[in-house]
Design a protein around this ligand. Structure first.
Ligand code: PGA
Length: 263
C-alpha cells in the first residue's frame, strides 16, 4: 500500500478494438504517456484483446488491465461467458461490475451485480462497482434512493468478504456516451451521497475511492479531477484514441480527492 492521493484513471473500451487495434493503440499510447508514479492507469479492453494488451505493454507494468464483465458463476454451461478465475488466470488485475450497459442491455440486476462482485473479490481482482441514475430517476428526485439501493445491494451481499477500499464509479446513465457531462458540482454532490451510503453501511466500507464516469473528455478532465470528492475517472469514448486518452491521463489534479490509501 502506498499513499494514494493520486487519481485513478480507467479506460472502458467496451466492444471496440480487437487484438490488432489494441496493439496499435498501445504502441502509440506508450509514446505519449511516459510512466508516472502520481496516478494509476487501468485499461478495460475487450476480453479477447487482453493477451494483445499484455504483450504490447510488457515493458510498462504501470499500465494495468481489467475485465469488463464476468459471469456470476465460477464455471458452467454459459455460452460466451467468462468467469472471474479465468480472467485472473489470463493476467488481469481488476474487474468492472454493474456497468449501466450490463444492467440495461444484458439485464444484470442488483443481485447479479452483487454476485459478480463477490466472484471478482474471490478471484483476487479488485472490483470497480458502477452505479448511477437514469435521467428519469434524476428528474423524479430519486438520485439518492437509486445510489443507496445499488450500493447497499452489493455491500449487503459481501458475506463477510473484505472489499477494501471499495472502489466505485458514479456514472449517471444520462451522461454515458451522450456528450453530456455532469457538472463538477453535480459530480461532487453525487460522490458525497456515495460516501454517505458507504459510511452508514454496516461493516468496514467507510473509506471509498469514488470515480466519475460519463462523457469525460480532454476538455473537461481538469475540472472534473479538481472537483471535491472526485478520486478519478472512468472514460469510454474519449479513451479510444491515444492522444485523447493520454491527455486525460495527464489531467491536472485538484485538492478534492479523498485522503486515503490505495494500492
Ligand atoms: P463515455 O462512457 O465516456 O463514452 O460516456 C463512460 C462509461 O460508460 O464508462
Amino acid at each position: 500500500m502506498t499513499e494514494l492521493r493520486k487519481p485513478l484513471i480507467a479506460a472502458n473500451w467496451k466492444m471496440y478494438k480487437g487484438p490488432r487495434e489494441t496493439r496499435e493503440f498501445m504502441r502509440r499510447f506508450v509514446g505519449l504517456y511516459p510512466p508516472r508514479t502520481d496516478r494509476t492507469i487501468i485499461f478495460f479492453p475487450s476480453a479477447i484483446s487482453i493477451p494483445a494488451f499484455l504483450e504490447a505493454t510488457a515493458g510498462r507494468p504501470d499500465l494495468q488491465v481489467g475485465i469488463q464483465d464476468v459471469h456470476a458463476d465460477l464455471e458452467g454451461a454459459h455460452t460466451g461467458a467468462v468467469s472471474a478465475p479465468m480472467a485472473a488466470e489470463a493476467g488481469v488485475g481488476w474487474g468492472l461490475a454493474g456497468h449501466s450497459e450490463r444492467r440495461s442491455e444484458f439485464g444484470d440486476d442488483d443481485a447479479d451485480v452483487a454476485r459478480k462482485l463477490r466472484r471478482l473479490l474471490d478471484a483476487g481482482l479488485p472490483p470497480i462497482l458502477c452505479v448511477g441514475e437514469t435521467l428519469e430517476e434524476r428528474t423524479a428526485g430519486r438520485l439518492e434512493e437509486v445510489l443507496q439501493r445499488q450500493i447497499e445491494a452489493v455491500l449487503g451481499g459481501l458475506g463477510g468478504r473484505t472489499w477494501s477500499p471499495p472502489v466505485l464509479a458514479y456514472e449517471p446513465v444520462w451522461a454515458i456516451g451522450t456528450g453530456e457531462t455532469a457538472s463538477p458540482a453535480d459530480a461532487s454532490e453525487a460522490h458525497a451521497i456515495v460516501r454517505q451510503v458507504l459510511r452508514e453501511a454496516p461493516g468496514d466500507a467507510t473509506r471509498g475511492v469514488v470515480l466519475y464516469g460519463g462523457s469525460v473528455k480532454p476538455d473537461n478532465i481538469d475540472a472534473l479531477l479538481g472537483a471535491r470528492g472526485v478520486d478519478g475517472v472512468l472514460v469510454g469514448g474519449a479513451s479510444l484514441e491515444p492522444a485523447s486518452f493520454a491527455r486525460i491521463c495527464l489531467g491536472e489534479t485538484g485538492d478534492g480527492r479523498s485522503d486515503l490509501q490505495l494500492l
